[in-house]
Write a protein of this length. Structure first.
Length: 187
């Protein structure tokens, strides 16, 4: 496993070293010692998966408000996605900035998204399976979101007309969002 910091403070990519042969590949998805050595969570409360039938579906940008804020460890197990995350932590040097990475089943890797970030993705293929681990139990009353197409953020999505849930059509703009997150506080 190779742990590499990404451009937004507290985000990482974890490259998975796989052994490949004519049958396919085998690789370790998690190693508590390696993760702990890099200060990454090793205890998870939930592991979730989302199957999406259609290409150009956007899910997000979602987060959990404190005290139920969660670190997400995400990967694409089938198909491909453009994974996007936005720093919502007041006082962070990367506050209001976003980053994105293509995740796919052919090059397995995790992205670590800390508490205080909004997260979403756009499917780049049909029949996509997205998997994520979280270090807090989901609390419906604490869910929140930011508009996926927010003009202030100007995220470069691969589609202008995505398939969206009703909830994802109604999230507030970043400019009107009063963030509950503060850099340096770990809920």
């Amino acid at each position: 496993m190779i742990v590499t910091p990404l451009k937004l403070e507290g985000t990482y990519e974890i490259g998975l070293s796989a052994r490949r042969d004519a049958r396919g590949h085998f690789g370790r998805l998690f190693d508590a010692d390696i993760w702990a050595a890099h200060g990454l969570p090793v205890a998870f409360e939930q592991e979730n998966e989302a199957f999406t039938k259609a290409k150009n579906t956007v899910r997000g940008l979602h987060f959990q408000r404190p005290p139920h804020a969660e670190t997400k460890i995400v990967r694409c197990a089938a198909g491909a996605v453009l994974d996007v995350f936005v720093d919502l932590r007041k006082g962070s040097p990367t506050y209001g900035q976003w980053d994105s990475h293509v995740l796919n089943a052919d090059a397995p890797r995790w992205i670590v998204i800390p508490k205080g970030f909004a997260h979403g993705y756009c499917t780049l293929t049909d029949d996509t399976l997205f998997v994520y681990k979280v270090d807090a139990v989901y609390e419906p009353a604490s869910e929140g979101g930011i508009a996926w197409d927010d003009p202030t953020l100007a995220i470069s999505w691969p589609t202008k007309e995505p398939i969206l849930s009703e909830r994802d059509r109604t999230h507030p703009a970043f400019a009107t969002f009063d963030t509950p997150f503060v850099a340096g506080i770990d809920w």
